[in-house]
Ligand binder design. Structure first.
Ligand code: PMP
Ligand code: GLN
Length: 383
């Protein structure tokens, strides 16, 4: 393995899911739902297969899916031409990798906010570029917010891209309009491209509204907006994602993407197009149910003795293990399946500054209530 990929040999999700399987633990580590998406979407995929949509789709994605993506972005007041400004990818993961491969190379710097989703650092490394990491700042409320001074301090003449994720994995933070405006101001001032990962765009709680960075003034021409079907429609294994942006940037991403996978997921594309067009009530129900699950698991973790942080959206809540007498979240997560039969994920592995994040672990609540209740009952044995 080449040196620049040696830090990325195995993902924490693979490690913790294997550990959960081996020990029979309740898996609140890797974030994936344990129920299926809307029945109409599942039927549409089956119909697509039965009707012969099984060969290579067009390079940019099937036209009905690109049209549905454009229509779905209209709710934010943003307009994309389905022919030139939207590209279907193999999940958000490929969209992120292809965007970075297209836009940065050796000598260029990419700003990431930590804790960062694990694929970001690996994709920056694959592109041969360098990451500059800005820590989110813990607020007294238990929310992790933007430290704009730290962001400004991270910009250098070599900075090309700022990669933003909201709603944020693993903290559950939803960036506010003011925070996004501050990021936009830095991008405009230094002529940077923003890549935004919005895969949890539908999963915001307590009445919060998602604001795409690309919808702010001065940002449409410099933002690649990435999302995917996995989280909105409980189909993380389908790996249908997309990137939207100005034609020149999307053309660049397409150049990289065509030699990664060329195309993918033919029969799932019409099914996701159906879901984007017709399943918004189902998605609202998913959001409400996840909000309840957030509340349920957060309360259970607090009763079990954790220091529970705010979860404003996503599948995830972070918790401090120190009140239970532990100091290291990684060791805690490696021992937890044997100790009480639950799997979680340490936050420090998503950072360049493990000491700052050592005390935090991430639990996924995108699980049936009975599964959450069983996990809570087991975690209470820690006290
Ligand atoms: N970004 C974030 C923040 C995620 O949490 C995930 C999936 N867990 C992805 C990207 C990957 O999305 P996809 O499965 O569509 O590749
Ligand atoms: N995105 C999921 C999570 O954060 C896992 C995805 C993966 O296993 N790579 O848990």
């Amino acid at each position: 393995l080449v040196p620049r990929l040696r830090p990325f040999t195995s993902t924490i999700f693979a490690e913790m899911t294997a550990l959960a399987a081996r020990t029979g633990a309740v898996n609140l580590g890797q974030g994936f739902p344990d129920t299926d998406g809307p029945a109409g979407m599942l039927a549409a995929a089956q119909e697509a297969i039965a009707s012969g949509i099984n060969q290579y789709p067009p390079g940019p994605g099937r036209p009905e899916l690109r049209a549905a993506i454009a229509a779905s972005r209209a709710r934010y007041g943003t307009a994309f031409d389905p022919d030139t400004e939207i590209l279907v990818t193999v999940g958000a993961t490929e969209a992120i990798a292809a965007s970075l491969l297209a836009l940065v190379e050796a000598g260029d710097e990419v700003i990431l906010f930590e804790p960062y989703y694990d694929s970001y650092a690996a994709s920056v490394a694959m592109a041969g570029a360098t990451r500059k990491v800005v820590s989110l700042a813990e607020e007294p409320s238990g929310r992790f917010g933007l430290d704009v001074d730290a962001l400004r301090a991270a910009v250098t003449p070599r900075t090309r891209v700022v990669l933003v994720n909201t709603p944020h994995n693993p903290t559950g933070t939803v960036l506010t309009r003011a925070e996004l405006e501050a990021i936009a101001a830095v991008c405009v001032e230094h002529d940077l491209v923003a890549i935004t990962d919005e895969v949890y765009e539908d999963l915001l709680f307590d009445g919060r509204a998602h604001v795409p960075l690309g919808s702010l003034p001065g940002m449409a021409e410099r933002t690649l907006t990435i999302s995917s079907a996995g989280k909105s429609f409980n189909c993380t294994g389908w790996k249908i994602g997309w990137v939207c942006g100005p034609a020149d940037l999307v053309a660049a991403v397409r150049a990289a993407k065509q030699f990664l996978t060329f195309v993918g997921g033919a029969p799932f594309q019409p099914a996701v197009a159906h879901a984007l067009r017709a399943e918004s009530a189902w998605v609202a129900g998913l959001r409400d149910s996840l909000q309840d699950k957030r509340t349920r698991l957060s309360a259970g973790l607090a009763e079990a003795g954790f220091g529970v942080r705010a979860a404003e959206g996503t599948y995830f809540v972070c918790a401090d293990v120190r009140p239970l007498g532990f100091t290291d979240g990684l060791q805690f997560c490696r021992d937890l399946p044997e100790r009480v039969g639950v799997a979680a994920v340490p936050v420090q592995v998503f950072t360049d500054d493990p000491d700052r994040w050592r005390h935090l672990v991430r639990f996924a609540f995108c699980k049936r209530d009975d599964v959450l209740d069983e996990a809570i009952a087991r975690l209470r044995r820690l006290a």
